[in-house]
Design a protein around this ligand. Structure first.
Ligand code: DOR
Ligand code: ZN
Length: 363
């Protein structure tokens, strides 16, 4: 990595947690992810979810055909765990090189999770199969018990479920996705190297106040919900620490404007287009640019046993204003748009593309 006051050059990063959706949203958002990331783990919470080898193959094909011409990008597919899934499906998807990992959504914990898992003991044999196969488990780590305060659901999930799960399946590679709390940071740091965590740009930038500044702001509503400031500070320390158990996962989760603003607005923040610049700002503010490459381009690949990317990517100190809206293709302004994270704000770094290999990435 090369860091100077005006430029940062690093190994091209990967996004270890992204929602690409399908149809017009997929076509609209994929170029944003493929613009900077070489690979991404694609979440399976479509409607209906990806629960078969065939549906993962077909979804991957739709992603690849939505890529801008000439862009090299590899989607890593996941399967959505349900209590009805058979071990045979996991084995087949793994054997055929289709499933890169399996995602655990506690039922009704977040967007399109109603088919998720109600009782963790019901998938114990699936976890055992995954452990034997070497198929990683990605966890949305929140309990859904309505008696538990929404701001405590991650911590309670760790206490009630995660600690026993990793104790029981010590050979299982587990990622606690999009962590939001100091207890999660501490838990991951003090566990074995079979457990890691992704951290989103939004949880590094905002605390829970952002949702209520001057009124209700659904653009900052995501799950797990942002927490108190002390948790944000713990996440910033963890992400910028260089520790191998923390790596980049944007959890970019696009929802059309009208779906965010309905009487039951969807959880999710669309951050894909400026994610790398957004993270860079945090690392600079924390005086930790020297650890940026580890977080963005090394730790995740190493955890998953993948080679590091060979391309380099450069960010220049060149401020850019994030547009207030992000239009989806084929629709007029009022109908279909997303609001990107940092909308209307200026980010101080910009990704710059050099050479033929990157020609189409700036699109
Ligand atoms: O905010 C979120 N949005 N969190 C999730 O876990 C799911 C995601 C989505 O799919 O919209
Ligand atoms: Zn997610």
């Amino acid at each position: 990595m090369d860091v100077s006051p005006e430029k940062i050059t690093l190994i091209q990063p990967d996004d270890w947690h992204v929602h690409l959706r399908d149809g017009s949203i997929l076509n609209g958002v994929l170029p944003s992810t493929a613009r900077t990331f070489r690979r991404a783990i694609v979440m399976p919470n479509l409607k209906p979810p990806i629960t078969t080898v065939e549906s993962a193959i077909q979804y991957k094909k739709r992603i690849v055909s939505a890529l801008p011409k000439g862009v090299e990008f590899t989607p890593l597919m996941t399967v959505y765990l349900t209590e009805n899934l058979s071990s045979e499906v996991l084995k087949k998807g793994h054997r055929e090189g289709v499933f890169f990992a399996a995602k655990l959504y506690p039922a009704n914990s977040t967007t399109n999770s109603s088919d998720g898992v109600r009782d963790l003991s019901a998938i114990d044999s699936l976890l055992e199969t995954m452990e034997n196969l070497g198929l990683p488990l990605l966890i949305h780590g929140e309990v859904t018990d309505p008696k538990i305060d929404i701001f405590d659901r991650e911590e309670v999930f760790i206490d009630r479920h995660l600690s026993s799960l990793i104790r029981k399946h010590q050979g299982l590679r587990v990622v606690l996705e999009h962590i939001t709390t100091e207890p999660a940071v501490q838990f991951v740091e003090s566990s074995s190297d079979m457990l890691a965590a992704t951290i989103t740009p939004h949880h590094l930038h905002i605390n829970r106040n952002a949702m209520f500044e001057g009124g209700f702001r659904s653009d900052f509503y995501c799950l797990p919900v942002a927490k108190r400031e002390r948790h944000r500070l713990a996440l910033r320390k963890a992400a910028t620490s260089g520790k191998s158990c923390f790596f980049l996962g944007t959890d970019s989760a696009p929802h059309r404007r009208q779906d965010k603003e309905s009487s039951c607005g969807c959880a999710g923040i669309f951050n894909a287009h400026y994610a790398l610049e957004s993270y860079a700002e945090v690392f600079e503010q924390e005086c930790a640019l020297h650890n940026f490459e580890s977080f963005a381009s090394v730790n995740g690949a190493t955890f998953y046993g993948l080679p590091l990317n060979t391309n380099l990517i450069t960010l220049a100190r060149s401020p850019q204003v994030v547009p207030k809206t992000f239009q989806l293709p084929g629709f007029c302004e009022r109908e279909e748009y997303l609001v990107p994270f940092h909308a209307g704000h200026t980010l101080r770094w910009s990704v710059v593309f050099e050479g033929a290999n990157h020609e189409d990435r700036s699109a």
